[in-house]
Ligand binder design. Sequence first.
Ligand code: SF4
Length: 310
Amino acid sequence: MRTATGPGGEQHQAASVPDPEPAGPVRRGALSPSRASDFMQCPLLYRFRVLDRIPEAPSPAAVRGTVVHAVLERLFDLPPAERTAPAARAMVAGQWESLREREPQLAGLFDETSPTAAAELASWLRSAEELLERYFELEDPTRLQPAERELRVEALLEDGLVLRGIVDRLDVAPGGELRVVDYKTGRAPSELFEAKALFQMRFYALVIWRLRGVVPRQLQLVYLGSGDVLRHTPDEAQLLATERKVRAVWAAIERATAAGDWRPSPGKLCKWCDHQVRCPAFGGTPPPRPPGAVPLPVVAPAAAGGPDPA
Ligand code: SF4
């Protein structure tokens, strides 16, 4: 409540003027686990994706992942007894159609002028169904009642860095313990890439800890491609270490931005990179930064969009 002084010097309470919200830290930037991983993999890849926002061609595997995630999200709209493999399979074609309507550029995913297009589409839809069938070998959704699905999370750290992401599923046990679940449509990673998957999960755990004040009891990665489930129990020390790592990544991004130094870092993952054509490591030349490009990665509340937070 503020006190105002009247024209005659009298004081009265300006009851209709609420106190302003205490100012929080100024938002300096936002980071999701995917974008942090991009920078750690290759600073130039981060620049192309986050600063230049160069579109990437959707791949059948990535779009199939989106469809499978959509089915798993909606599966839990059904009464428990109806969450069956046939019900999940029956949703695949409809979710693909919905996605295609929302994102018309996906219509070109299969060359409809090709005589084999119909067979390719049918085979692709079937592969999505197979991933869902595997899900039922790993979990029994009739016994689960997720607290949240496709949950957008965002935490503002005291130094102004925003951590954000989308959690596939959050389960809350009767005792209040939290379980963070992430579905992967690929295979369980080799040891080389397991650290990357763990970093992503600890990132989510850190955001949830900051938001809810509770360290999640379990992090669970469900690999539908290979039928593996990786479980991890994080502790505060690990999450504090993750926070230090995220801050260090952000500091490196700020340095790269200030210096305009986005050097390529070629490696095994380059074969899946859409940007080889403009990458110096492959004889290409990065385009000039587009006019009006922000000097720092976009800082925006999650609801306002911005780079893909996942
Ligand atoms: S091709 Fe490799 S080095 Fe070049 S931008 Fe992509 S990930 Fe980086």
